[in-house]
Design a protein around this ligand. Structure first.
Ligand code: FES
Ligand SMILES: [Fe+2]
Length: 369
């Protein structure tokens, strides 16, 4: 990383009443994108998908997380593994598909094959190679763990077990059980803003009256609250008694969890929407929406899906528009950094504090400071 940036990097964490927001450069300098990948996104549990996407032996799906292509697959014993989508011969891809069912991996370049447990099994036209042991050329595996049916992977050495990271959520949302849900559909938006801006925007309701005028008519803004936990926050936004909403069916609360660094779980009875924010470059991110329901094919499930999509689209458009405007302004060089509302921006302050901790840990471990 650029030495000048490192010397000026202020990682001090102050209470919200005194703290400044992180500098604008963190949202547009390419060096910070690299730092985010190495220090944060590749050093944290990352949501990949749900067990309902892998029903049969050989079912797989592929995705990109922090610029790395990954395949998640169910092997012959029913165990779920995550591998980098990279052949050990000369780095070819194992698949270009986003999902499917296979009996073995076959590299797309020269046809090396691997079984579902990642062992190299087929090596065409390789006789004569010396000191070559196929067992040294198995696929590179990522750590994987499952919580409430949600599959998470980790590219580094986890500082914390997944169950500890998410502890408290299961009890709080009970009797809702996320592992009983089924994936209904997936959508993705490409947004011209830094991934952190989109995450920060999610973590405060301060912008609701200004950015989401229609939604604000339904919500009781005065009762909006944010609860902070060690590695996540929970937002609660009740509907006005007088409002009509598909989400106000009297059957329970809505929970809006933000899991540091880039995962959102929007939980309602019988449905879950997961947002995964994938950093593409300093000024661009992809927001992936996964929609889950108890029975997505039923009439009720189809109606949930239609309503959810309609409801999300308007709000998402408004959020995209404001996040992209902020990105342009931060990149203008005119704005340097700002302050927090101690009442309304506790979630953003916690996010930036956890980000600074992650930067600090990484830079100390790698002797860059
Ligand atoms: S790179 Fe995979 S077989 Fe050559
Ligand atoms: Fe918003």
């Amino acid at each position: 990383m650029n030495k000048k940036l490192l010397i000026n990097l202020d990682l001090q964490i102050l209470p919200i009443e005194q703290a400044q927001t992180t500098p604008a450069a963190w949202a547009y300098e390419a060096d910070f994108h690299t730092l985010d990948l190495n220090a944060v996104l590749r050093q944290s549990w990352q949501y990949a998908g749900h067990i309902s996407q892998l029903k049969k032996v050989g079912d797989f799906f592929a995705l990109t997380i922090a610029e790395r292509s990954i395949v998640i697959i169910k092997d012959a014993e029913g165990a779920i593994y995550a591998y980098y989508n990279i052949c050990k011969h000369r780095g070819g891809p194992l698949t270009n598909e986003t999902e499917g069912n296979i009996s073995r991996f076959k590299c797309m370049y020269h046809g090396w094959t691997y079984n579902l447990s990642g062992e190299l099994k087929g090596i065409p036209e390789f006789s004569g190679a010396e000191k070559f042991e196929p067992c040294d050329y198995g696929l590179s595996e990522l750590k994987l763990d499952i919580w409430q049916g949600l599959i998470f992977v980790h590219m580094g050495n986890p500082q914390i077990a997944l169950s500890n990271l998410l502890s408290g959520i299961e009890e709080r949302i009970s009797p809702i059980a996320l592992d009983k849900l089924e994936l209904a559909t997936q959508t993705v938006d490409t947004i011209n803003c830094n991934w952190k801006l989109y995450c920060e925007n999610y973590q405060e309701g301060y912008h609701l009256p200004h950015v989401h005028p229609n939604l604000s008519k339904l919500l009781d803004y005065k009762s909006y609250r944010t609860e902070l936990f060690d590695n996540y926050s929970l937002q609660y936004s009740p509907f006005k008694a007088s409002s009509e909403s598909i989400y106000k069916d009297g059957s329970g609360e809505a929970y809006y969890y933000f899991i540091f660094p880039n995962i959102m779980l929007n939980i309602l009875p019988g449905r879950l929407q997961v947002n995964r924010i994938n950093a593409v470059e300093a000024g661009r991110c992809n927001v992936h929406f996964d929609y889950f329901y108890k029975d997505p094919k039923s009439v009720e499930g189809q109606k949930f899906l239609k309503d959810d999509l309609e409801y999300s689209i308007e709000i998402q458009k408004e959020d995209i528009s404001i996040c992209e405007a902020v990105q342009r302004n931060l990149a203008s060089g005119i704005y340097k950094q700002g302050r927090f509302s101690p009442k309304r921006e506790t979630g953003v302050h916690q996010f930036q504090s956890l980000l600074k901790q992650a930067y600090k840990r990484y830079l100390e471990q790698n002797d860059e400071r």
